[in-house]
Design a protein around this ligand. Structure first.
Ligand code: UD1
Length: 417
């Protein structure tokens, strides 16, 4: 297992290019199953999760060509609708394949995705949606089967604006008879990107980005060429890193509006964040101030930025409170931050963070993707050396993290084992 060795204390300076969004790429790759045509996707980040999705799509019968930053998926032959358990366990987001395979073949079998490091992640909303579209769902021996001779349109009101459920229902509804309406839909930019991709394939979808999405079913879909939107979470991570190290960083390939929830919080904490043409500029002089954060669905503060923000507030001046409203058990990074000298107490969904002057380098372990990167950020400002173990979690979602940090002047080294 690879490790990162980080020597803290260097402010980040320079320009960093943000990769395409992981959370837009994965559902878009799954959506290619809906068409017998060939789809080209650009701005594809080089990530472990993307490799895994390619492996799954290949097993299902598609042929894939790819190069740096792009892939072409030809799904003229989809031979199987069964996603193997090993791959389903490796990547929970493979649950999107349900909507796409149901839309294409009328049946799908996946193993139950189960829990993960950030707590239980049920898929009841996905299944309710697919059932409302006319699928018969059964669960046996740890597998979920869904079948429908013909999908039919329906009106769905989601109990919670789940990103994955919204995307899964959109993919199945594209092939249903009539107009499906999803209310209380997720408004995340990645849902809008999926709508745009599906519409390029010939779907008729309106409303993504608002809480009501209307999908008029079509008989068939064709080929498409699409550029994935920039990753707002990778962008947010570099913005926080720039601010907490007292740095001066320009971010390119970023949609400023998508980064605004993080930008607003950084300004509140005392950093300067400006849009300069197509770039976002983050600069901080001196120590940041405490700030309170509540994670919420978009355009609220992203839960995927919560651990990084906690690392930042650990050394801000004053006491901050973070309320995690999206996931029940997303404080796995707290014990590791404490090992580095952070003063954090947890009460249910709330974390109280008393800012310390300086963190101190320690040996810590990444428990999941964002928790892992939060420890890297803590290492960038800690005194002495930090060793972050289990870096494979971070490789799921950050392309070339250490190279990008090195180019900004950080002292980070990957040790391969
Ligand atoms: C997506 C993102 C993830 C992000 C999350 C919230 C991808 C690949 N992943 O995950 O990075 O952290 O959005 O912004 O896009 N829920 C249910 N039942 C369901 C589905 C969800 O109760 O059927 C609950 C979850 O347990 C959680 C909340 O809804 O508490 C939000 O989950 P959801 O929006 O579905 O997240 P994901 O799509 O899994």
């Amino acid at each position: 297992m690879d490790k990162f060795l980080i020597t803290g204390g260097k402010p980040l300076r320079g320009t960093v290019r943000i990769a395409g969004a992981k959370n837009a790429t994965l559902p878009i790759m799954a959506a290619t199953l809906l068409s017998p045509g060939s789809c080209e996707i650009n701005e594809v980040p080089d990530l472990r999760d993307v490799q895994m999705m390619k492996e799954i799509l290949t097993l299902l019968g598609t042929s894939i060509e790819s190069g740096p930053g792009w892939c072409r998926i030809n799904a003229s032959n989809v031979a199987s609708s069964h996603v193997p358990e090993r791959l389903m366990r490796e990547m929970r987001s493979s649950v999107f394949l349900m909507g796409a395979l149901l839309g294409r073949l009328g049946n799908v079998k996946v193993s139950y995705p189960g829990g993960c490091a950030i707590g239980p992640r049920p898929i009841d909303l996905h299944l309710k949606g697919l059932a409302a579209l006319g699928a018969t769902i059964s669960e046996r021996h740890g597998y979920i089967m869904a079948e429908a001779e013909k999908l039919r349109s329906c009106d769905i009101h989601l109990d919670f604006p789940s990103v994955g459920a919204t995307e899964n229902i959109m993919m199945a509804a594209v092939r249903a008879d009539g107009v499906t309406v999803i209310r209380n839909a997720a408004k995340e930019p990645e849902v809008v990107d999926l709508q745009n991709f599906l519409n390029k394939m010939g779907a008729h979808i309106r409303g993504a980005g608002t809480d009501t999405i209307k999908i008029e079913g079509v008989a068939e879909l064709g080929s498409a060429n699409h550029n994935v939107i920039p990753d707002r979470i990778e962008a947010g991570t570099f913005m926080v890193a720039a601010a907490m190290t007292g740095g001066d960083v320009y971010l390119e390939n970023i949609i400023a509006e998508h980064a605004e929830p993080v930008a607003a919080k950084l300004r509140e904490a005392g950093a300067q964040v400006d849009t300069v043409g197509e770039l976002v500029h983050v600069q901080a002089l001196g120590r940041l101030k405490a700030a309170d954060v509540k994670t919420l669905p978009y355009p609220g503060y992203p839960t995927d930025m919560q651990p990084q923000t906690m690392a930042m507030l650990s050394c801000a001046e004053g006491t901050s409170v973070i309320i995690e409203n999206i996931f029940a058990n997303r404080f796995k990074h707290v014990d590791e931050l404490r090992r580095m000298g952070a003063q954090i107490s947890i009460e249910g969904r709330a974390a109280v963070i008393r800012g310390v002057e300086r963190l101190s380098g320690a040996a810590v372990e990444a428990s999941d993707l964002r928790a892992g990167v939060a420890l890297v950020l803590a290492g960038l400002v800690a005194e002495g050396r930090t060793v972050v173990d289990h870096v494979y979690h971070i490789d799921r979602g950050y392309e070339g993290l250490e190279q990008k940090l090195l180019a900004l002047g950080a002292q980070v080294q990957r040790v391969r084992e």
